[in-house]
Design a protein. Sequence first.
Length: 130
Amino acid sequence: MDETGHQLFKSLDGLSADQWDAKADAHLMSPRETVSHLCDCYAAYRAAQQGGTYEWGSYKLAATDGDGMIAELKSNRDAAIASLGPAGEEKALKDSMAYIALHDAYHVGQICALRLKLNPAWDPYSIYQG
């Protein structure tokens, strides 16, 4: 989860104000929509960890600027990770992979593809640590 989190935040780093609403295709999400969607997913994960249900699509971003959206995303992601069940509990591990690690990686790829479409000189390797 640390690596996908690093990649997620690096993929969003440096987006200009107008790029937050750009789409690679009309059927794909913009970075703003992706951040809202991921926050929604993290809220659903927290509800699942507490044995509750969640109304998908109910999360609404409070922030409107890039820095604020990134901070809101980080806060929600950190809260989801903090709600992880007991270490080694199989359901908690499976859910954290599905709701957080693998899902984040999927959206990192979409954001990187958009970044390259908007700026072919953008370095897609910049998302990796080291």
